[in-house]
Ligand binder design. Structure first.
Ligand code: TEU
Length: 523
């Protein structure tokens, strides 16, 4: 756990601070709330915590609109609280990973306020005159990731670029001051003892200088995965190496060869692998996703990461409970029929699968409690994605609902004194951590036990074992434990002479592994 290369095999728990635990009773989670739950996280056995942005922010995008990268948002606490949290976590053997948002800042960041006022700070952003006879049309045809044009016009007639919400103006990474500032911010947090940095929207920072229209298939792309990025990350890597810090990049790219370039030895240590987020619960598709992931990481020597869920996607049990068994942006709508019992069974099996694979595993807060996606009443939705899509997309709030800690307490123990910032659905208390801690068959108990015994697999490469159709079986070392996942319709016989270490659900009366169930076996 304390070795230099801890991150190669780590279990990393994602804390969406706003929804984790509310200690001061204002309805919003805070750093004091996290500190109070450190014993819970240590019991769970995680190696590191990744905190979604905790900096000063108007919260137009849940903190991904940063007004000051060196100040903690007052709703979350103070810099002193963050320092205490980092230190106390470290004493519990838990590393801290902060989330840096380099593509854009908040429109309330001092740089943008000065730019808006017409100062030379405009050069730190992408300001352009509009097209059309009166400049009334956006400078190009780029669309925001949240929907609508990626440009907003100021009163003086100029337009500025924002790949996300209008309150998130994009920085101009060709400007040396932008690079310098972020290198200083990295040092600021490494100096405070953080062990790692997540890089938000890591493939979007660089833009083609002339900001050309987006043309399908244009190569290079005007703002995704541009070559200039690698020079930026090489200089970041040199800084991280001074502190022994590590990076995890949020690099959404379909092309594995391009993806792997970010993981070269002098660039990022790791990047999120999102293959499981779009992979249906299907044996061949899962096996292919695993093989392709391992194959793309192998040449650069970087460990794979495994992600079943995060703060941007539909929660795992809901996704896996869909009749079509897959994740489809088109079905990500209200009223999609989902079978929670089925989804939970599969999510339990998926937990054992991902915790047995080579590499590091991310656990998004509430995954260990088997929380489903919540339906948020329309008038309570806060996610800009919902508004920018003209209400067509429910947005991402359904996976961001404040956690249930204590069944028999107001607001399920999230915070005693104030209604949480997002409403908890009816029945949320049934998922409370205190109930699950006392129940050996709960998801929480499964995660705890799996994380505890996971080191038994060793750190060898994955070897597939012969298995009946629809069943995945592998091990990591000759004679080491075997992971078996049954994705077939019918129960599967376990390998002869094997003993059960842990399973995601009960075996059937004949001692077979039921469908949608995983087991760890000693051979
Ligand atoms: O997400 C980047 C990103 O690519 C999103 O557009 C993603 O595709 C979408 O949320 C999927 O539903 C990061 C953060 O994870 C996200 O929360 C932020 O909103 C975004 O950056 C802007 O900072």
């Amino acid at each position: 756990r304390n070795s230099q290369d801890w991150w190669r095999t780590a279990v990393i728990y994602q804390v969406y601070v706003r929804s984790f635990a509310d200690a001061d009773g204002d309805g919003t989670g805070d750093l004091a709330g996290v500190r109070a739950k450190l014993p819970y996280l240590a019991d769970l056995g995680v190696d590191a915590l990744w905190f979604n942005p905790w900096y000063l922010s108007p919260m137009k995008d849940g903190g991904y609109d940063v007004a000051d990268y060196r100040t903690i948002d007052p709703a979350f606490g103070t810099l002193a609280d963050a320092e205490k949290l980092i230190a106390e976590a470290r004493e519990s053997g838990i590393h801290t990973i902060v989330d840096i948002v380099p593509n854009h800042v908040s429109d309330q960041h001092p740089w943008f306020r000065a730019a808006r006022a017409g100062g030379p700070e405009r050069d730190l952003f992408h300001f352009r005159p509009g097209r059309g006879p009166h400049g009334e049309l956006p400078p190009n045809d780029w669309q925001s990731q949240f929907g609508g044009p990626a440009w907003t016009r100021l009163d003086d007639g100029d337009w500025y670029l924002h790949l996300f919400a209008p309150e998130q103006p994009d920085l101009n990474w060709a400007h040396p001051a932008v690079r310098q500032e972020h290198e200083d911010v990295l040092r600021f947090w490494f100096e405070r003892g953080v062990a790692g940095v997540r890089i938000d929207s890591a493939a979007l920072l660089a833009k083609a200088p002339d900001l050309p229209d987006f043309v399908e298939g244009r190569d290079p792309h005007p703002y995704v995965d541009r070559d200039e990025l690698h020079d930026i990350y090489r200089s970041w890597r040199a800084i991280a190496d001074e502190y022994g810090g590590v990076f995890v990049g949020e690099v959404w790219l379909p092309d594995s060869e391009r993806f792997a370039r970010y993981l070269r030895p002098d660039e990022l240590h790791t990047a999120f692998n999102f293959a499981f987020l779009s992979c249906p619960w299907h044996p061949d598709r899962l096996r292919t996703a695993i093989d392709e992931t391992l194959a793309e990481h192998a040449p650069v020597g970087a460990p794979a990461t495994w992600v079943l869920c995060n703060h941007d996607v539909t929660r795992t049990v809901t996704r896996y409970g869909r009749a079509d068994t897959g994740f489809d942006f088109a079905t990500k709508a209200f009223g999609t029929p989902t079978d929670l019992a089925l989804g939970t069974r599969r999510a339990r099996a998926a937990a054992l699968l991902s915790l047995a694979l080579p590499g590091s595993v991310y656990v998004y807060q509430g995954e260990e409690l088997a929380l489903p996606e919540a339906e948020i009443p329309l008038d309570r939705i806060q996610d800009p994605m919902h508004f920018r899509s003209h209400g067509l997309d429910p947005g991402r709030d359904g996976c961001r609902v404040p956690l249930p800690w204590v069944a028999d307490a107001p607001y399920a123990g999230f915070g005693a004194f104030a209604e949480p910032w997002l409403p908890q659905p009816a029945g949320w208390s049934a998922y409370a951590a205190d109930l699950q801690a006392a129940d050996p068959d709960s998801m929480l108990s499964l995660y705890r036990e799996a994380i505890r015994i996971r080191p038994m697999f060793g750190d060898g490469p994955l070897t597939w074992l012969p298995a009946p159709e629809g069943v995945l079986a592998f091990r990591r070392a000759e004679g080491g434990p075997i992971c078996v996942v049954n994705l077939a319709e019918t129960p599967a016989d376990l390998p002869a002479h094997s003993a059960l270490l842990l399973s995601s659900g009960p075996l059937d009366p004949q001692g077979r592994l039921p469908r949608d169930t995983a087991a760890w076996l000693r051979s």
